[in-house]
Design a binder for this molecule. Structure first.
Ligand SMILES: C[S@@+](CC[C@H](N)C(=O)[O-])C[C@H]1O[C@@H](n2cnc3c(N)ncnc32)[C@H](O)[C@@H]1O
Length: 263
């Protein structure tokens, strides 16, 4: 497939090589020194930070509905998935996406890394419940026969009117997208979890986040990007917790209310 890609689409061929090299180089980087909070402490801190009862949001019937819809879609997908279901976000990450989107009531959300679309579906369900907002998603699908057609497979048809999907490596696509939008209220990173890529994505989106804007990230324990970024000026809070699977860590970064755009 790579050889075919070289003949058909040279820029994407190069992007995939760079992705691969970046991933390999990651082994040489310093490991994360992050100390995640326990889940109860994380949700307590989230509630204090947003002055909201997060537990109440996690009890919403719309959340249960999307959990069932996604699970149903996964069962249908199982037999003929073009790429591994292991790409999918952990349920605790998906629920956090829903809750934060309900708290923030964002008008504009960007996510990087769609795969079959677990986080996409939960974000869109929260936007639907809010009655406002759009989601832009960026994904360079895994290199596999039929993979393109399955990106966002789990997103129910009735949620797609608020959704825009862009294809490509985030290095190439994200800066242009961010430039075209006046503001981005919430950003989710779930694409390539390398130090270089995570930092690039955070830095690209940060100037367009208003004060109170939010970054959410999966797998923040894979390198030091999240910790490094969390220490920059204009960050009001940054904390993380283990996901339900216990093996990876998700984190949030909140921009100071008085930081405003371009800080
Ligand atoms: C962890 S999966 C995303 C999981 C998804 N958020 C979910 O909820 O199921 C990562 C996705 O990002 C894509 N990807 C990897 N590197 C990328 C890059 N540099 N730019 C854009 N997408 C990338 C992968 O092909 C894959 O589809």
């Amino acid at each position: 497939m790579l050889r075919r890609l070289l003949l058909k689409n040279r820029p994407e061929f190069v992007d995939r090589l760079i992705n691969f090299a970046d991933f390999q180089r990651e082994r040489l980087r310093r490991k994360s020194a992050l100390v995640p909070l326990s889940q109860p402490d994380f949700y307590r801190k989230l509630g204090e930070t947003f002055k909201t009862d997060v537990d109440r949001l996690l009890q919403e019937s719309r959340l249960r509905e999307i959990e069932h819809a996604v699970e149903h879609g996964r069962q249908r997908l199982k037999a003929n998935a073009a790429f591994g279901i292991f790409h999918a976000a952990d349920p605790s990450m998906a629920r956090l996406c829903y809750a934060l989107c309900r708290v923030q009531k964002p008008r504009m959300v960007i996510e990087t890394g769609v795969a079959h679309g677990v986080t996409t579906a939960f974000l869109l369900q929260a936007l639907a419940e809010n009655g406002q907002g759009e989601l832009w998603s960026i994904d360079l699908p895994p290199l596999a026969e039929g993979a393109d057609d399955q990106v966002g497979f789990l997103v129910p048809t009735e949620l797609r009117s608020r959704w825009h999907l862009l294809r490509g490596r985030t290095h190439r696509v994200l800066p242009e997208l961010v430039n075209s939008l006046s503001s981005v209220d919430m950003f989710l990173h779930d694409s390539l979890h390398t130090f270089r890529n995570v930092l690039m994505e955070f830095q690209t989106v940060w100037p367009k986040l208003p004060g109170g804007g939010l970054i959410l990230s999966d797998d923040v324990d894979m390198n030091r990007a999240f910790e490094t970024f969390g220490r920059r000026p204009g960050v009001a809070a940054s904390f993380a917790t283990f996901q339900g699977n216990g093996s990876s860590v998700m984190g949030v970064v909140l921009k100071s209310r008085d930081a405003g755009s371009a800080t």
